[in-house]
Every structure is written in structure tokens, then in C-alpha cells.
Design a protein around this ligand. Sequence first.
Ligand SMILES: Cc1ncc(COP(=O)(O)O)c(C=O)c1O
Length: 475
Amino acid sequence: MAAADISSDGPESHTLRDLNEPLVDHTEGQLFLTDAFKIMMEEVLCKGTDVKHKVCEWKEPEELALLLDLELRAKGEPHDKLLQRVQDVAKYSIKTSHPRFMNQQFGGVDYHALTGRFLTEALNTNLYTYEVAPVFVLMEAEVLRGLRQLIGWTEGDGLFCPGGSASNMYAMNIARYQHFPDVKSQGLFGLPRLNIFTSEDSHYSVKKGAAFLGIGTDNVITVEVDEGGRMIPSDLDEKIKLAKSQGGVPFFVSCTAGTTVRGAFDLLDCIADVCEKHKIWMHVDAAWGGSVLFSKQHSHLIKGVHRANSVGWNPHKMLVAGLQCSALLLKDTENLLRRCHCANATYLFQQDKFYDVNLDVGDKTVQCSRKVDCLKLWLMWKAVGSNGFADRVDKSFHHARYLVAQMKKREGFQIVFEVAPAIKERMMKQGTMMVGYQPLGNKVNFFRMVVFSPLLSQKDMDFFLDEIERLGKDL
Ligand SMILES: Cc1ncc(COP(=O)(O)O)c(C=O)c1O
């Protein structure tokens, strides 16, 4: 219907078949899916993970739009033409599963997680009530329990959120509700000026969340970091005292376990002392670094996380679960999530159902429809076990250390970083790898290598260094 509505091809092309026949042909559809699946396998998963093939097939936007023939029309297209479209989408998309895609904190591929993602799409259900998602209501609870256990909590609450930014926002909203329950019905009227504290190096979503929730970005107070990018607890303490003396009400500290740019871990135990002293909600944004909890060797980095009130953790980052997989975990046992967000819709959350209505988790969220994000993590966890995750985390740290050591051996290597934008352009146009760059404070640009995919080898680290030198040779 949508295609007919937006078409200019005229109404004659819109003919209804026999009303007893479905408008979707299963045989045709399943054949298409099987053929399309072969293309996905070949282009995305075989070529797309092979270093002999490109990470990206760069095209200027006008050329790409023409190549893809994006316009939507009234008349549908035949099987072969549609398969060509699948092929084109695969060809011109970035191969984020490629070992040399080191551009962002997602990417790589785990085949069990991917199976979970395909199965999630095929089942197409909604994680709000037990009646439409019996398997996933139980599975989500178990996965969240497993993650909480790693934090060191034997009880608590949580949910999968649409991303780490959303988890941070949720945490702020719940913390504010705990301090001021009337905010749910009365809104911002009557609230004092609230203050949030986070480090200079924290993720930008903290400010976005403050803006979204009506707290205001001016009321997010930035705490200084040390030379390693970690929040300075004494500065936090000072700034909380100052805010109080100026009439503000500090209610939320967002620490970071694994900062976005430098990967720094705030000193959680020291920050917990400050939060306890001032009776402030402590949130740990562990979107990036939470996964170190699997590793005996590296979990010390996040020591003290059990003292937090809430933790955001993205398995779609270091664990390669696939976008998106983002857990918000709470220590709370008093149903704060549900109390803060419920609207008690009677068409979904009837209280006189024939099963335990506590299984209808949907009213804990600010969403109505909610995608299933637990299956990909659950299936991968079943496949590799906690020990497998530990190995992956340890291997990533090993690669990162190797890279730093190799870089130090190459004299004058940093000099090329002043020409990072030009190197990046060549990198994209030649399609050999993808790595992001950015300035650090007032220093020149540096390449921010994100090393976490289980597909990475030491050879890829060497390749990165060689390739940067090759691309920047004459600049
Ligand atoms: C520390 C940190 N927190 C939060 C986020 C946001 O997560 P998402 O992209 O899932 O919204 C990121 C993303 O890079 C991050 O590095």
C-alpha cells in the first residue's frame, strides 16, 4: 500500500488478487530468502571477512545513489533484479566483520551470535509480555542475572536497552525518580536544580541524557581527569561540595569503565566512597569496559563496580554480540524500574491474566515495542562459555599491548598523525582498512585503533602500522 500511495505510476498497477489468497507467496519468498542468504554468506561473511578483499568500496554519494537506484516505485521487481539489489547493498556497504575494520567499538563477527540475530529477526516478536515472548522473557532474565553475578550482585533488576546511551539515560531517570518520586506525575515543576557529575572523558551521551530529561547540559558538572584519563575523585568531592554551596542538588555520578577514546577505567572504589559520603546515586558506564569482568587477568580494572547502583554494559562492543546488545543492570530490589516507568496499559498488562503478571516485563521500559536483544548473547555464551569470553578479552589486551610496543620501535611514527585526515581519505578510497582518528585535547590527531574482534591476529597489528606508513609516506 505504501508503495502505491507514493507512486506516480497510476492506479492501474494496483490490482488485488483473489481475496482468499494471501498477498505473500511463501514458496517464492522462501526461495528468495535462500538465494539472498547465499549472497550474504558469500559477500558479507566470506569475502567480507577475508583480508584479500576490501573493507569498503568507496563511492561518492551521488554516484552511489545512482548505482543503487534508490527510488521506490509502484510496481514490484522480479526475483533476479531483487537479488541484484541484495548483491549491491552487500557490495557497497562497509564490511564491519572484516579484521581490518578497526574504526569503532563494534564489528567483527561471532557465528553463534549471528545465528541468534537471524533467529531473532525470523521470530520477530516483542519483548513486553510473557504471552508473546515466553522464551525471551525467561532468557533475558537469565542473561541479566548472569551479568549481575559477574558484577557481584546476587539480586537486582535490569533490562536490555537500545544502546549504551539509552542505558545512561535510563539510569539518570531512575536515580532522579528515587530521589524525587513526584517527578513522574508532576514533571520538572517544583524540582530543585539537579546536578550530574561525570569526567571530561566520559561519553557524550551523559550530556545528551541530561538535555533529554530536562536536567540541562549546564547542570552536568565536568570532573577533571588524571594523565591516564581517569576521573579524579578529590575533584569530584570538591565539585559536589561547591555545587551544594551554590544551591544545586547533586544526585547522580556517572563514572566510566573504559572511556570511549582512551579506554581509561575510573577508580570506582574511590568514587564509591565519595558517592556514599554525599548519598549520591553511582552509575558506571561500562559500555566498553564491562566485559573485562569475564577475565581473571583484567577484572581488577573495574574493581569496586559492585558498589554502584547501576551499570550499563554493551556486549555488542567487546564481546562482539552484534548490534545492538546493551544491558542496564541495577542493584535495586524494590522494583524501581517498573515504578518509575509503568503506565499500566490495560490492553497489554492486564492484572487478571492466567499466568504470573510479573513476567510481563514491558512496563519497566519507556518503550512499547522492544526488540529481543538477549538471544544473540545467550547463544554465543552457551557456545563459548564464560571461559571463551575471558580468552577473547585477554587476547584483545594482548594485541593492544603488542601494538603499542611495536609503535614505540618505529621512529618518528607519531609525526604522520598530523596528516591523519589525508591518510584516512586514502585509506577509505583504497579500501584497505578503516581506523578512526581524532584530536586528544589540544594535541594533534591520533588514530584510535579499536582492538577487540576475536578475528584479529598479530599480523593485523603489523599490517596497521605498515599501512599507515605506506599511506602517509609522501605526505
Ligand atoms: C563509554 C561509552 N558509553 C556509552 C556509549 C554509547 O553506547 P551506544 O553507542 O550503544 O549508545 C559508548 C559508545 O561508544 C561508549 O564508548
